[in-house]
Design a protein around this ligand. Structure first.
Ligand SMILES: C[S@@+](CC[C@H](N)C(=O)[O-])C[C@H]1O[C@@H](n2cnc3c(N)ncnc32)[C@H](O)[C@@H]1O
Length: 234
């Protein structure tokens, strides 16, 4: 994939800062966007894939994805009204309506808004599941099981602590969302409950240039973030 990002760098700094505040971290818009695009290319995303950006925010990665994927292939879902308003405004400002992105505000991962039969070749949830409560993580895995196409793949980031007793919430983000972690086996169990296999792709750290972190790199605390792939088992 060749990404066209330059034209999306024209936003004034105060506008960029306001968008950035919705998804964090400060001064991280361009770096986190480019990181996501690099990872998606490395993972084999193609322009003809139908793509669900689950927890899309105000389209940090979404704008170049909409511009690059074939028309109609991008769907972004977010629960947050400000993110969705920002996303729709940016689609209009950058004249991307002709790419026909589907941008959906949903508290049910699209269950109430997107017809049941719609499936996606690739589902991306970048630093989204890490901010959900346990009932929402379970609903999110159910949505992955329901929405993934037969040969599809979902790529999501998770916070892992293998010696934790189970799913735990240890903090809050933007005073609204959780910060969670659980043993990898907990998430593998949820995947299996929804007809999916879970494969650990590697340690993930958004502060590194490539996103990947060596398995033996020291970690600041007991939790490490990983990226996993989910595929249908039937
Ligand atoms: C750290 S931000 C990441 C945004 C985007 N994936 C990116 O990296 O640019 C987490 C996003 O998850 C969204 N989110 C949180 N809970 C959600 C839910 N239950 N359903 C959909 N989106 C949710 C937030 O509104 C926010 O946009």
């Amino acid at each position: 994939m060749v990404w066209d990002t330059v034209r999306f760098d024209s936003l004034p700094p105060d506008r960029m800062a306001a968008l950035e505040a919705l998804v964090g971290p400060p001064d991280g818009w361009t770096a986190r966007r480019d990181l996501q695009l690099r990872l998606l290319a490395e993972l084999g995303l193609r322009s003809d894939h139908s793509f669900l950006d689950l927890g899309c925010g105000p389209l940090r990665a979404g704008l170049p994805l909409i511009a690059t994927l074939a028309p109609g292939q991008y769907t972004g879902i977010d629960v947050d009204a400000d993110c969705i308003a920002g996303a729709r405004a940016l689609v209009s400002e950058f004249n991307l309506e002709n790419r026909t992105p589907r941008i959906v505000q949903s508290a049910t991962f699209g269950a109430d808004e997107i017809p049941d039969e719609v499936r996606f070749d690739r589902i991306w949830a970048f630093q989204v599941f890490i901010h959900l409560t346990e009932p929402l993580v379970k609903a999110g895995f159910a949505a992955l099981g329901k929405r993934l196409a037969d040969q599809g793949e979902a790529w999501i980031t998770l916070r892992i602590q293998d010696d934790a007793p189970g799913f735990e919430v240890t903090g809050a983000w933007r005073d609204v969302y959780a910060i969670n972690h659980a043993p990898l086996s907990y998430f593998a169990g949820l995947a299996a409950d929804n007809g999916l296999s879970l494969t650990r792709l590697g340690r993930f750290d958004g502060r590194t240039k490539t996103g990947w972190l060596a398995d033996d790199a020291p970690q600041a605390g007991p939790v490490t973030q990983v990226m996993v792939a989910l595929r249908r088992t039937f």
